[in-house]
Design a protein around this ligand. Structure first.
Ligand code: ZN
Length: 175
């Protein structure tokens, strides 16, 4: 049983590949969500995400995977990285101008997985005001990234469990 997490910190080493994968998935025909594992450590009451490893590509609205097989893979990666498995990340893609920043009902179910401490959601959308500054902004517990090179916006939301439920938890970039 893990104590309540107050903050989620993410390193650029973990976040950069997630953002890149989310963008590439968005640019695919029919768009695709991407799914992967998060690794790091718990420090005081903060979850620190230090590495990310892609696991699967889904459709534009979800992914099917075998939970047992996923755990087995995650354990192998955790051992290799010498880090703790913290949970999963996945992307949401903007569809017909509709941005999806929150967890879907199946997402909420998935976070009840006892092995998961945090679930990271990255929304990618093309209709962002990518010209705006600063490039990273924190608002309503979320992190927003404006990508001036590819002209996308990303919303990064972290959920942690509280009394078995997914709770939006402040996320910060760890320099
Ligand atoms: Zn989702």
């Amino acid at each position: 049983m893990v104590a309540t997490v107050n903050n989620v910190l993410i390193s650029t080493k973990a976040l950069s590949p997630i953002i890149r994968q989310a963008r590439i998935g968005y640019e695919k025909l029919y768009k695709k969500e991407i799914f992967g594992f998060l690794f790091g450590r718990i420090e005081a009451r903060d979850a620190e995400i230090l590495r990310a490893k892609k696991y699967k590509e889904g459709t534009r609205s979800g992914v099917d995977y075998d939970i047992e097989e996923a755990h087995k893979r995650a354990r192998i990666c955790a051992k290799r990285f010498k880090l703790k498995f913290l949970g999963m990340y996945h992307s949401h893609v903007e569809i017909a101008g509709k941005k999806s920043w929150g967890l879907s009902p199946p997402d909420r179910k998935a976070i009840r997985d006892e092995n998961s401490i945090t679930e990271l959601l990255v929304g990618v959308y093309a209709s962002a005001d990518w010209r705006r500054l600063p490039v990273i902004e924190y608002a309503q517990k979320r992190m927003f990234i404006y990508d001036r090179k590819y002209k996308y916006g990303y919303s990064v939301s972290a959920y942690t469990k509280q009394l078995g439920k997914a709770r939006l938890t402040p996320i910060w970039l760890k320099w």
